[in-house]
Design a protein around this ligand. Structure first.
Ligand code: ATP
Ligand code: MG
Length: 292
C-alpha cells in the first residue's frame, strides 16, 4: 500500500489505436485497475496513479496545462500540437509514418513536383515544417479525417497522412512517394513536474523504473538447453554480452543444463549455433520483467 497523498494523473487515449497498448504496458508493470469503456477517469488499485481517458488530440494540451501530469500519445500528435512537454520515454508501439501520397497517375519524381500544388492533411504543422526544410511551397488543406479521398474528389493533388501498412492508400488509388516523419507512442510529461510536485515526480520515477524493466524484457528471451559438458565453454562465445550462463550438471556426468538470456534479434543465430555444437531440448520462453 502507498501512504503518499499524491496521485499521478495519466492521460491515455479513450478509444483508438493507442488505447489497448497504453493500458497493457501499465498493467504489465503490475498495476491493477478497472477500465470500463464508459468511464472518463479511474484510479489504480495498488499504485498511486489515476487515468484520464481522452481523445488523443487533447492529451498534449492537457499535460501542458496540468490537467494531467503525464500522457501516452503518438509522437506525431505531440509534435503537431507543438506544446512544450518532455518525452520521457519512447514506448516503441503503434509505429507509423507520416507520408506524402499522390494518385497513381501522378508522374512523381521528387518533392519539387509538389511546388504550387495542394496537399490535404490532418498534420498541417508537421507538413509545413517539412516542406519549409526542403524549400517547397505548396498549399495545405487541413482536414480532420478521411484525408485519402481528397484527390479523388478533386480537393487536392496530394495528401500527407499517417501510414502503417499502406493498404488504405492502395485501395484509394494512391501511391506513397515520400516518408516525411516516423512516429511511435511516447510518454510525455509536463516540463515543470519535478519542481511543482516532487512527490509526483517520485511516482513517475517509480513508474518509469517498471516500464523500463517491461520494455527491456520484451527484447529478450530466456533459453534453457542441455549440452555435452565439454561444449559448455563455447556457449559464452555464442551468446556474447551476457554475464556467465547458469550451468547445472545433469545426472549423466557428460551432460549439463544451461540457462541464459538472449536478445530476441540474435535468437535464431544463437539457436542454430547451439544446435551446431550439440545442444538438445532447447526451451524458449518470454520474460515479463528484467533489470540489468
Ligand atoms: P481520437 O478519437 O482519440 O482522436 P484518432 O482517430 O485521432 O483518435 P487513432 O486512429 O486511434 O487516432 O490513432 C492514434 C495514433 O495511433 C496516431 O496518432 C498514430 O500515432 C498511431 N497510429 C499507428 N498506426 C496508425 C495508422 N495506420 N493510422 C493512424 N494512426 C496510426
Ligand atoms: Mg485524434
Amino acid at each position: 500500500m502507498f501512504t503518499s497523498e499524491s496521485v499521478l494523473r495519466v492521460a491515455v487515449q479513450k478509444s483508438g489505436r493507442l488505447s489497448e497498448k497504453s493500458l497493457d504496458i501499465i498493467s504489465q508493470c503490475g498495476i491493477d485497475f478497472n477500465n470500463g469503456s464508459r468511464v472518463l477517469k479511474s484510479r489504480a488499485e495498488n499504485f498511486p496513479i489515476e487515468f484520464l481517458y481522452l481523445r488523443d488530440d487533447d492529451i498534449p494540451g492537457y499535460v501542458y496545462d496540468g490537467i494531467a501530469d503525464i500522457g501516452i500519445v503518438g509522437r506525431n500528435e505531440k509534435d503537431e500540437k507543438g506544446y512544450d512537454v518532455t518525452v520521457v520515454r519512447d514506448l516503441g508501439f503503434s509505429r507509423c509514418r507520416l507520408s506524402i501520397a499522390v494518385p497513381n497517375s501522378f508522374a512523381y519524381t521528387g518533392l519539387a513536383d509538389l511546388e504550387g500544388k495542394q496537399i490535404a492533411t490532418s498534420y498541417p504543422n508537421i507538413l509545413k515544417t517539412c516542406l519549409k526544410d526542403q524549400g517547397v511551397s505548396a498549399g495545405i488543406h487541413e482536414i480532420s479525417g478521411s484525408v485519402e479521398i481528397a484527390p479523388a474528389i478533386g480537393l487536392t493533388d496530394a495528401i500527407c497522412d499517417i501510414v502503417s501498412t499502406g493498404s488504405t492508400l492502395i485501395s484509394n488509388g494512391l501511391k506513397e512517394v515520400e516518408v516525411l516523419y516516423r512516429s511511435s507512442a511516447v510518454m510525455i510529461a509536463r516540463e515543470t513536474l519535478a519542481q511543482e510536485d516532487p512527490e509526483k515526480q517520485k511516482i513517475l520515477d517509480r513508474l518509469l523504473l517498471r516500464i523500463d524493466a517491461v520494455m527491456r524484457a520484451r527484447h529478450y528471451k530466456y533459453i534453457m538447453f542441455n549440452l555435452p559438458s565439454d561444449k559448455v565453454v563455447q556457449v559464452k562465445q555464442i551468446i556474447p554480452g551476457m554475464k556467465s550462463p547458469t550451468v547445472t550438471p545433469l545426472l549423466d556426468d557428460n551432460w549439463s543444463s544451461v540457462q541464459t538470456v538472449v536478445q530476441e534479434d540474435d535468437f535464431w543465430d544463437v539457436f542454430e549455433a547451439l544446435k551446431a555444437i550439440g545442444a538438445q531440448g532447447i526451451l524458449v520462453t518470454g520474460i515479463e520483467q528484467m533489470t540489468l
